[in-house]
Design a protein around this ligand. Structure first.
Ligand code: MG
Length: 456
């Protein structure tokens, strides 16, 4: 299996004696600048992992997760959990083993979280969810009691569109965002993603599902946010072992800033309105307010990637709680579908009709990515901090998003304050060094309350 071979090869190269010696020597130097310290921090982290994980384990992990992904796809297509469950059991066992090899202070899940967000602890995530939960419950309750709330599907979700026109709209959005086609390209895939090769070659994808055009636009803008981070990183990182930013919380804070604070902004939609109305004859019958409400509709739903800004965090909370149970060996894989469903009933009042809407929804576990989900929610919350700072230091976002010039100002600020550093700092260090602050949920609480209590 190719990926198992590649994993072993990377490990072998990292553990090369001469290379290890160079890293050790660099560690002794006392005159390193922040960039060099960042490089060293990450090389040491990777080395530590490769030292701790036996080569047979690395190979087996790559093999099982590869087969797991294939099984997951088939299981999801056929709506048969049993096709995937034995792989999931193996993946959970291997993840626990991985945590034991890597070591941890308090909870084995700490070691897994650290794979995606340096130094993030299980107790941090627990505290984090405890601190946002009351606001989520309060805002969702408020919305559901509003006369403007409806549990029905928004008519625009069902509206079919002219695909060529939607593609034009995607490019119109990218042009408004000052994209340079020499550095960034947009393609299609089953699932939107962003892949940064280096600062001059970043690729994003979107998808066309035939209806619900907002999902396509939001997807494109989300991936653009990731891409912008990669393109605006200092290009001296290119082709180094740390050419891309590594904090998933920071990365997601960028994609979510663009998706939610820019892409769902009324003034931004006003700019796009003429092109939106070309998507089909019926599109002319909707007003700007209709589009704004469509883009910002809150309603408990089953699919995480389609969830609104409020209910999204419940989806992540559910996955976090389940992952913790898995790693604590508190569940039998055969019971997971029912645990999943009962949590959806508890938090969102809804129940999946099949495994694809439930336990088999996400690809993550099949890839071995246990400990990844919390970064989605925390990144989203962090995006409200950037919005606040931009409002303070650059100007009113609703005004800035109207023109490409205004957008350029936002991009310049993000480059100077976040992007250029790439992986130099951890989230904690970046917030401390550059803003003299700590990760806080307060900006997000204020943002979500203000926005949705006005909208509903
Ligand atoms: Mg993302």
């Amino acid at each position: 299996m190719v990926s198992a071979k590649v994993s072993s090869l990377i490990q072998k190269l990292y553990l090369d004696k001469d290379f290890v010696k160079l890293v050790e020597e660099a560690s002794k130097q006392t005159d390193l600048n922040d960039y060099e310290l960042g490089i060293l921090r990450l090389l040491k982290k990777n080395l530590y992992n490769f030292f701790k994980l036996p080569p047979e384990f690395v190979k087996e992990y790559a093999k099982v997760t590869n087969e797991g992904m294939v099984a997951w796809r088939e299981a999801k297509d056929k709506n048969r959990y049993d096709i995937f469950s034995s792989f999931l059991k193996k993946i959970i066992d291997l993840s626990i083993k991985q945590a034991e090899y890597l070591g941890y202070d308090n909870h084995p899940y700490d070691a897994l979280l650290d794979n995606y967000e340096e130094d993030l602890k299980t107790s941090d995530v627990e505290k984090y969810f405890e601190s946002i939960k009351p606001t989520l419950v309060e805002v969702l309750k408020y919305i559901k009691q509003s006369k403007k709330y409806t549990s029905r599907i928004h008519p625009l979700e069902k509206e079919t569109y002219n695909e060529a026109e939607l593609e034009k709209l995607n490019y119109k959005v990218l042009e408004h965002f000052n994209y340079d086609k020499n550095n960034l390209r947009l393609d299609r895939s089953a699932h939107p993603f962003s892949q940064g090769i280096n600062t001059k070659d970043v690729r994003i994808t979107t998808r066309y599902l035939g209806r619900d055009f907002g999902a396509t636009i939001s997807g494109t803008i989300h991936e653009f946010g990731h891409a912008l981070y990669d393109m605006q990183t200092d290009d001296s990182f290119d082709f180094t072992p740390i050419s891309n930013a590594v904090s998933l919380v920071l990365h997601e804070s960028q994609s979510r800033f663009w998706e939610n604070m820019v892409g769902r902004n009324l003034e931004f939609l006003r700019v796009m309105l003429p092109k939106i109305k070309r998507l089909g004859d019926n599109y002319k019958n909707y007003s700007l307010t209709d589009y704004y409400r469509y883009f910002n509709k809150v309603k408990p739903s089953l699919i995480r990637v389609k969830a609104d800004e409020v209910t999204y965090h419940f989806h992540i909370m559910i996955r976090f709680e389940i992952e913790k149970m898995m790693i604590e060996r508190k569940v039998d894989v055969k019971d997971l579908p029912e645990i999943w469903n009962s949590k959806y009933r508890e938090y969102l009042g809804i129940k999946p009709k099949n495994y694809g809407e439930g336990i088999l929804q996400d690809i993550h576990w099949s890839m071995g990515a246990i400990g990844y989900f919390p970064t989605y929610s925390m990144g989203t919350v962090l995006s409200a901090f950037w919005a606040k700072k931009i409002e303070e230091e650059v100007g009113n976002i609703s005004k800035l998003v109207k023109t490409s010039e205004g957008i350029k100002k936002i991009q310049k600020w993000l480059k100077e304050n976040v992007h250029q550093y790439g992986p130099t700092y951890t989230v904690k260090d970046l917030l401390k060094k550059k803003f003299n602050t700590e990760f806080s949920v307060e900006y997000w609480k204020e943002y979500i309350r203000e926005k949705y209590m006005e909208l509903y």
